[in-house]
Write a protein that binds this ligand. Structure first.
Ligand code: ADP
Ligand code: ASP
Ligand code: MG
Length: 436
């Protein structure tokens, strides 16, 4: 069971989470994010420190400490547990005050970002103790690891976590931190923003869990982004492939990589609402349930690159040369479209864009479009769905579409549009494809 920031962000919510984890007597691993707002605050503090703005950073740490002091006062009424809560805050805030005095580094930034999950799990452990609920807190930093490619390994997690669990055979409720991990150098690292979903899926896969429950602040994966369009509805069932496409192409409710571990080890994933525990939510499993369009998602900050060359005409090996450039700079490509003399690709990381352009210019002329958005339409056998292209193009008649990717997978059609048209496009698709 993984609980996100909003599910834990108020003392009364944390109490409700305690009720949810004790609703049955099955053995479970509870994976927690930081309280809502904390990781954003820690990221801001690191940024201020990297700019050497120590006073501003200190003010933010002060404000965060006040927030946590108020939180534990409302959470813990037993004086003994309150003392323990104060000690936990003292430990982590002391760390933050110490780093104000030392020089900033990338490794230090990871240490700062880890404080949120370290704090939330300690406070939740005290919350369970206040209800006399037996449990054991297992530090994620003792079993979550990245290999030297910065990839988590389910096998390693399995060995280490099993050992820890076997030392506590009587325990039914295990707690741990989402998001944080050790890297191949043994340093504290993380699974990128929103990474607690990924932690939960990796742990569920490693332990061969019967289910991986993602408890959040909405009743499942919706058919469209509820932050952008007014009317959306939950999708009852998705296949792993459909959910993976939605997560990867921008549905913030799931971390982009969070589906593969569950899919590989065939652990069903349920998305559930902490605020409405009785709601059906979304079941993600091998079965898609039904065919046709299920949902739309959008991924921002995309750059499109067009490489034009008459040498591509009737030539072989040209695409390989193009792809090698992206491989060289460890930049993954999301969409590809080709004509006889040109190829367009999209990337979501501009880190090496200058090097990439320089190398591509050897192959042909290069055009760049920044501030693009990929809009993905996802559904089982969607490309075989009747009328889908007519509906799609009719809906988006007024939108300047830059690329269309159809047929790459049977459950995804992707379009590239300028980001300024995203809201309008998602709204039009909501009307045209879902009658909402
Ligand atoms: P948590 O803190 O529980 O991890 P997140 O904020 O990361 O929660 O994810 C949940 C949020 O994702 C929702 O509140 C919603 O605004 C957003 N979201 C974006 N796309 C979707 C979608 N297709 N379905 C449901 N929620 C979505
Ligand atoms: N606390 C982390 C974040 O805000 C991880 C998570 O919430 O999943 O990104
Ligand atoms: Mg999240």
């Amino acid at each position: 069971m993984k609980f996100g920031g909003t599910s834990l962000g108020k003392p009364h919510r944390m109490q409700e989470v305690a009720d949810l984890v004790t609703a049955d007597s099955e053995i479970k691993i509870v994976v927690l994010s930081a309280l809502s707002g904390t990781t954003n605050a820690l990221a801001e503090i690191s940024k201020l420190l990297s700019l050497n703005e120590r006073n501003a950073a200190k003010q933010m740490i002060d404000a965060l400490e006040v927030h946590y002091q108020d939180f534990i006062l409302a959470l813990l009424s037993d004086p003994k547990l309150l003392i323990k809560g104060k000690a936990a805050l003292a430990e982590h805030f002391e760390f933050l005050y110490i780093i104000l005095k030392i020089s900033f580094s990338e490794a230090l930034q990871k240490d700062i970002l880890a404080q949120g999950e370290l704090l939330s799990t300690k406070l939740f452990s005290l919350c369970l103790a206040s209800k006399n609920i037996e449990h054991k807190l297992l530090p994620a930093l003792e079993f979550m690891t990245l290999d030297n490619q910065d990839e988590p390994q389910v096998g390693t997690i399995k060995v280490k976590l099993s050992q820890l669990m076997q030392k506590n055979r009587e325990t039914k409720i295990f707690l741990t931190q989402g998001y944080i991990t050790r890297n191949a150098r043994g340093e504290i690292d993380n699974l990128k923003r929103g990474g607690s979903d990924y932690s939960a899926s990796l742990i569920a896969a490693a332990m061969n869990a019967s289910v991986c429950e993602i408890w959040t602040d909405i009743d499942g994966m919706h058919n469209n982004d509820p932050r952008v369009v007014k009317k959306t509805r939950p999708v009852e069932q998705l296949s792993f492939d459909e959910a993976a496409e939605l997560a990867y192409f921008g549905a913030k409710i799931l971390h982009p990589s969070s589906i593969w571990p569950a899919q590989l080890f065939n652990v069903p994933v349920r998305i559930l609402n902490t605020m409405a525990p009785g709601a059906k939510g979304t079941l993600i499993s091998k079965e898609a349930g039904s065919v046709g369009v299920k949902a739309v998602a959008a991924k921002d900050n995309i750059t499109a690159i067009r490489i034009k060359s008459s040498r591509m005409l009737l030539a072989y090996g040209f695409l390989r040369k193009v792809f090698e450039v992206f491989e060289k700079y460890k930049t993954s490509i999301d969409m590809i479209t080709t004509s006889e003399v040109a190829v367009s690709v999209t990337i979501d990381s501009d880190t090496y864009i200058k090097d990439i352009i320089r190398d591509l210019e050897i192959l042909g002329s290069v055009e760049i479009d920044t501030n693009q958005t990929i809009v993905s339409i996802v559904g089982n056998e969607i490309t075989e769905t009747k009328e889908i292209m007519r509906k799609l193009f009719e809906s988006l008649m007024a939108i300047p579409v830059r690329m269309v990717s159809y047929g790459g997978s049977r459950h995804n059609i992707s379009l590239l549009i300028p980001s300024s048209y995203k809201e309008e496009s998602l709204q039009l698709l909501n009307e045209g494809l879902f009658d909402l």
